[in-house]
Design a protein around this ligand. Structure first.
Ligand code: FEO
Length: 389
């Protein structure tokens, strides 16, 4: 395994996880990377590590340019084990290395996970000299955990951003302009929606803090390094973190005997005819992490389920649980479903949508048994009036 040079005396020494398909319920069809960076200066410095299973790969890559026992400094931007998982092994190889981490949450998190090591907690604005280069630390709490921080090297204009601006995307090419831009942006949006959507306010604070620094490279913790599209990813984060919604709809449902599905089709068609493009997601096949990615920028959400054992279908419950966790804030929504007896699921969905912060723009849409033409026409009229007034 070889280190890959990204600048003179700065190397990518991370790992590509081609096989990872699930990150805490987020479906990662394109795998991921755990990016770590080695700076050869008077003080040899490692920025972040990798998931524990990839430790040998990290050490091998470091070894290709320098003996790992010569590392003087390790910067741990984030405690989560996909970035800190190799710390104990590196400490065993380089016991003199000082581990820089945020004060107090990084220190608390690393101590709790790895015990006493030579930590040096840092606060906003603290900086250290590596010799020719300096590193300064900028806290970015909740991007993605309370301990998260980013590290900036002004001489190189490199921002080591850890989770921020990342993507779960495995590639042997490390820069944005060496990969398909649309795929990278799609994965960046999916990453933001599934990992950071809840923390829009904190993302705004971080963007303001980063606005005044000159950045040539964003060396992320996952996926590609931004070099040619820095403005594009900053602009996208600006939109996503301010809940900027488009006039689009997401229709999400599961169905037992196609009646709720027929309602979903009618609803999607009505949105589209009203000039609001609608995405159509059957939860039997579509993954909640893809649906939440569309919801990030869509104003309308319609959620449907029939009733089974006095409940909504478990697929719908799982989706609503995920939505509530990531929160929808300013979306407009309604519930629908066909039913045979009690039809409790539809009221349950409406309550969950309210609990997610959605504004209910249309009362529960319920149809007994198989929808008739008249039923569907009434549904169409109701949806049209709700979205067009
Ligand atoms: Fe990539 Fe929050 O860890």
């Amino acid at each position: 395994m070889q280190a890959e040079k990204i600048r003179d005396n700065i190397y990518w020494v991370g790992a590509v996880d081609w096989s990872m398909r699930n990150f805490h319920g987020y479906e990662t069809r394109r795998g991921s990377t755990y990016n770590a960076y080695l700076i050869l200066d008077e003080k040899v410095t490692l920025i972040d590590t990798v998931k524990h299973a990839f430790t040998a790969e990290l050490i091998d890559r470091i070894h290709s340019v320098i003996d790992p026992s010569k590392i003087d400094i390790i910067v741990s931007n984030h405690v989560e084990p996909d970035h800190s998982g190799a710390l104990l092994d590196l400490h065993a190889l380089a016991p003199q290395a000082i581990i820089y981490t945020s004060d107090p949450n990084g220190l608390k998190g690393l101590k709790g996970r790895y015990g006493e090591l030579p930590y040096q907690p840092v606060k906003s604005g603290d900086s250290i000299s590596l010799g020719k280069r300096t590193l300064s630390f900028i806290p970015t709490p909740l991007l993605h955990w309370p301990d998260s921080m980013v590290t900036y090297c002004p001489e190189e204009k490199i921002l080591f951003s850890n989770d921020a601006f990342g993507q779960h995307y495995a590639s042997s090419k490390h820069f944005d302009d060496e990969n398909d831009f649309y795929i990278v942006m799609e994965e960046a949006k999916k990453y933001y929606a599934n990992i950071l959507m809840l923390y829009g306010r904190q993302a705004q604070t971080a963007l303001k803090a980063l606005a005044s620094i000159d950045i040539d490279l964003i060396a992320t913790g996952h996926g590609i390094i931004w070099r040619s599209n820095i403005k594009e990813i900053f602009d996208a984060y600006q939109l996503w973190s301010t809940n900027t919604l488009e006039d689009r709809a997401v229709v999400v449902f599961d169905s037992m005997w196609h009646s709720t599905e027929a309602m979903a089709k009618e609803i999607a068609e009505t949105f589209t005819e009203a000039g609001i493009p609608a995405a159509f997601h059957d939860l039997k096949g579509d993954h909640i992490s893809d649906i939440i990615t569309e919801i990030l920028t869509s104003r309308y959400i319609a959620v449907g389920s029939p009733t089974i054992n006095n409940q909504m279908l478990p697929t719908v419950a799982a989706f609503l649980c995920y939505l509530k966790g990531l929160t929808a804030k300013e979306h407009k929504a309604f519930a629908f479903g066909s039913y045979g007896w009690g039809g409790q699921s539809i009221a349950q969905i409406e309550e969950e949508l309210k609990a997610s912060g959605c504004e209910i723009i249309l009362d529960k849409q319920r149809i007994l048994n198989v929808p008739s033409e008249d039923n569907l026409a009434a549904l169409r009229k109701a949806v049209h009036e709700a979205v067009k007034g």
